[in-house]
Design a protein around this ligand. Structure first.
Ligand SMILES: [Zn+2]
Length: 229
């Protein structure tokens, strides 16, 4: 199995969004000089270049940056990139989806032991990136308040914490995974509604034509009857 087949693009995208839009959005976190081995560093992200090269064209869909083919969903473009352009993503890069156990993108269970493991892994990563001695404020916000707030929602799904100074909840980003499919369904429904509209229009016109023909037939018959009389 190739490195690309092993590394989920969707999960990597989710992890990338949580890192850039939630964790590094904490004031001062992005500017903080993090150690080179910090797992939140994105410099060696395997899919970074391809993700940056993707284009979404309004009313059209997702365009492949290498052959300009258009796809209705980002998931279809992901599959296309895996099968047609694997050479465009470095196989030696890092798979961000490997951080899923910390970010909950693989739908983990809500068992107490699982949550404890999440919190511990999260604290280890944050302490590695924001050592307490070097940045006590960031350590407090991320390693303590953020990681210790891992919990499950009523539906039994892991809910990422959103402390007061972390503005964007990652749950919203999670829906981005499914938006491509939802857009495809909406397009299909719109096409069906359009087809149904034209069928109804055709039936109405056909009914009117038949009534016109019937009316003319009766008119001609009345004329013939009046002539005979
Ligand atoms: Zn292509």
């Amino acid at each position: 199995m190739s490195a690309h087949q092993r590394c989920s693009r969707q999960d990597s995208r989710f992890v990338r969004a949580v890192i850039t839009q939630v964790l590094l959005a904490v004031p001062g976190a992005d500017q903080h000089e993090r150690p080179a081995d910090c797992p939140l560093e994105l410099g060696d992200d395997m899919y970074a270049q391809q993700e940056a090269d993707k284009t979404f064209v309004k009313y059209t869909g997702w365009r492949c940056p290498y052959c300009s083919k258009i796809f209705v969903s980002e998931l279809y473009l992901d599959k296309h990139l895996d099968t047609k352009h694997p050479e465009e993503a470095p196989t030696h890069g890092r798979c961000l989806a490997d951080l899923c156990p910390m970010f909950g993108c693989d739908a983990p269970t809500c068992a107490a032991a699982t949550l404890t493991a999440h919190r511990r892994r999260c604290r280890d990563v944050m302490a590695q990136c924001f050592p307490q001695q070097a940045s006590p404020r960031l350590y407090d916000a991320l390693a303590l308040r953020y990681c210790n707030a891992f919990a499950c929602d009523g539906g039994g799904r892991l809910r990422l914490p959103a402390p007061a100074d972390i503005t964007l909840t990652a749950t919203v980003r999670h829906w981005g995974h499914y938006w491509g499919s939802v857009r495809g369904v909406i397009t299909a429904v719109a096409v069906l509604v359009l087809v149904a509209f034209y069928v109804v229009l055709w039936l109405i016109r056909r009914e009117n034509t038949m009534q016109d023909d019937l009316w003319q037939f009766r008119r001609r018959r009345r004329r013939r009857q009046s002539k005979v009389e």
